[in-house]
Design a protein around this ligand. Structure first.
Ligand code: HEC
Ligand code: HEC
Length: 191
């Protein structure tokens, strides 16, 4: 009787830190950044005219609107038509990694920022991305010949391909790193 009490006590004490560590080291809870895309078909078909956006930037319902065969013929004024085999492959990949399925914390934040069932067609129109770039003046984006559009993520985010979008990795062409309005950027560990 006594031995089993001691055993129970020990089991509880030993299990507690293990459960705690499990939470910290779990690869899914730890995943802050975007899951990078490694699919060659996706990067060649969807990374030709612009940065190959990670699927986690939009919910599945947005990707399914964007990837509709008719929508692809008039894709933001360009023709991005695909053969049916490629289209299906890419839709599957986008939907599987979409903001509503991705383990990434950023993807969850994008999703939470979108109102109700809205299915935005632009990552740059999601409230999360708008809020994150609200302080950057137009002359550094639209009027900057080396950037032109906020959609060109990789013009400023040096590790965009790896799915890393931390402000420490920002280097705006013709301007350099971003320090905001403050003379120094304190690392507050915030969002
Ligand atoms: C023929 C060129 C071309 C191809 C191929 C192409 N796109 Fe685009 N895409 C564009 C243009 C042009 C824009 C608008 C860019 C801008 O406003 O700066 C755009 C914008 C986008 C946006 C919105 C960007 C924003 O503002 O947030 C998404 C998402 C997108 N494309 C996804 C895709 C996907 C997925 C594929 C592959 C099926 C693809 N594109 C293939 C030309 C292309
Ligand atoms: C003109 C350069 C530029 C472009 C283009 C750009 N960004 Fe940024 N981005 C920045 C800067 C600068 C910051 C930091 C802003 C601040 O702290 O006020 C930032 C911040 C962010 C953050 C928040 C980082 C953090 O740790 O809080 C995310 C996420 C992000 N950008 C994603 C994107 C995505 C996705 C795209 C493309 C759809 C994009 N950015 C395009 C310059 C850019």
């Amino acid at each position: 009787m006594k031995r089993s009490v001691i055993f129970l006590f020990l089991a509880t004490v030993l299990a507690a830190p293990a459960a705690f560590a499990g939470d910290i080291y779990n690869p899914f809870t730890r995943h802050k950044e975007m899951v990078p895309v490694t699919d060659d078909r996706y990067t060649s078909e969807c990374g030709d005219c612009h940065f190959a956006f990670q699927p986690g930037w939009l919910p599945a319902r947005s990707w399914s609107r964007l990837m509709d065969p008719r929508a692809l013929i008039d894709h933001f004024g360009d023709n991005a038509e695909l053969d049916e085999e490629d289209r299906r492959h890419i839709v599957m990949l986008l939907e599987a990694g979409a903001a509503d399925r991705s383990p990434s914390k950023r993807a969850k934040k994008v999703l939470r920022s979108i109102e109700g069932d809205d299915a935005p067609l632009r990552i740059t129109e999601t409230p999360y991305i708008q809020r994150k770039h609200a302080e950057i003046p137009k002359k550094l984006i639209q009027d900057n010949p080396d950037v032109k559009s906020l959609a060109n993520c990789d013009a400023c985010h040096r590790h965009a391909d790896e799915g890393i979008f931390d402000d420490d990795g920002v280097d705006i062409p013709g301007h350099g790193p971003w320090t905001g309005w403050r003379p120094f950027r304190w690392n507050t560990g915030g969002e």
